[in-house]
Write a protein that binds this ligand. Structure first.
Ligand code: ATP
Length: 345
């Protein structure tokens, strides 16, 4: 649905130099998927998003949406492609002088849709976002979350195939964020719209996205399926973001603190969909007559599977505990084995 080929966007920098806000990005977003773009402030995320609908003209490279090359089209052709792309912003900017219905119908009127048809469609999308009963209200009568949902309705009015979201939930409280994320999920699953969203919250990515691309200094430094990237982050920037969502298994000082509180042997067991240790845990504990208390747990849901680790304090006869640890070790992957070596004593 979206393809960026070696896209670059430069701005004039200091002393006649050029500054690349987006520096050679190639990216493919398959139809019907949700891509999250994460990165620190200034990494180039917004510029990248604006390149997709040609609000920014690339300095070099190609941008294709639905197979059509925006960089090669004339203005008329580009307008047609842009109509298939909706956009949602952090701050919704509704017209204060128009009702909710008028705001949602506006892009349709702009595209030449007759008034009655525009109204009908506007009501339809308002129903989809759960705000049909607010059609006659003024924007200032709405809560922040409702305004954002009107923003989504407005973006959907022209039946886009792609929805671009620039920090759509950053200004919202956790409960409202959740509602908007659930709405975006429905936009994707029920309407089949391809979604690209920018965020610096990994919680948004793990809830909503299929794919994630991590940006740093204008480049995509890591990308892939969300669970994979969370389970095995490679780039330092990715590691920082993943840690912010799932926390770290206790190491260093944190592990020492745990050891101060727990006199028994500690093992950290990874919990991941492709690591069998957690599934074997209860059987091995039973078989080796080892008991435990949970010393620490950092497990979260990524997409539909659990990911993280639990640290157990083991209790039992020393020989039994040794045999249990050896057996646990044997059912682990390489990654997990490292963890046992590092944390057990
Ligand atoms: N129109 C412009 N002219 C000059 N520099 C720009 C322009 N737009 C963006 N930049 C610069 O390009 C870099 C990337 O900006 P961009 O807004 O894409 O980053 P971002 O990752 O979205 O950051 P944030 O999370 O803070 O929004 C920044 O250093 C920014 O100052």
């Amino acid at each position: 649905m979206i393809e960026l080929r070696d896209v670059r966007k430069t701005y004039p920098g200091k002393h006649g130099t050029e500054f690349a806000a987006v520096d050679g990005v190639s990216l493919t977003v398959a139809e019907g998927t949700v891509l999250g773009v994460v990165g620190h402030s200034g990494a180039g995320k917004s510029t990248l998003l604006r390149l997709v609908n040609h609000l920014e003209v690339p300095t070099a490279g190609r941008v294709l949406v639905g197979g059509r090359d925006l960089t090669a089209l004339d203005e008329r052709g580009r307008r047609a492609v842009r109509r298939s792309i909706g956009m949602v912003f952090q701050h919704v900017n509704l017209f204060r002088s128009r009702t909710v219905l008028g705001n949602v119908a506006y892009p349709l009127r702009l595209a030449g849709t007759p008034r009655a048809e525009a109204r009908r469609r506007a009501l339809e999308v308002l129903r989809f976002v759960g705000l049909e009963d607010r059609a006659r209200h003024w924007p200032e009568q709405l809560s922040g979350g409702q305004r954002q949902r009107v923003g989504v309705a407005r973006a959907l009015a022209t039946s886009p195939k792609v929805l671009l979201c620039d920090e759509a939930t950053s200004a919202l409280d956790p409960q409202t964020t959740r509602e908007v994320l659930e709405l975006l999920r429905r936009v994707n699953t029920e309407l089949g719209v391809t979604v690209v969203l920018i965020t610096h919250e990994m919680d948004v990515v793990r809830f909503l996205c299929d794919q994630v691309a991590v940006m740093s200094e204008g480049r995509v430094v890591e990308s892939g399926e969300v669970y994979e990237v969370f389970a095995r982050p490679r780039h330092p920037v990715t590691k920082v973001f993943v840690r912010s969502a799932l926390g770290d298994p206790p190491e260093g000082e944190a592990l020492e603190r745990l050891r101060g509180r727990h006199t028994g042997r500690l093992v950290t067991v990874p919990v991941a969909r492709d690591v069998p240790a957690a599934q074997h845990l209860s059987r091995l504990l039973r078989e080796h007559r080892v008991d435990f208390t949970i010393a620490h747990a950092g497990v979260g849901e990524v997409r539909d599977a659990a990911l993280g680790s639990v640290t157990l304090e083991l209790r039992g006869e020393e020989g039994d505990v040794d045999a249990f640890v050896a057996a646990l070790d044997a059912v682990r992957t390489v990654r997990a084995t490292e963890k046992v070596g590092a944390d057990a004593r």
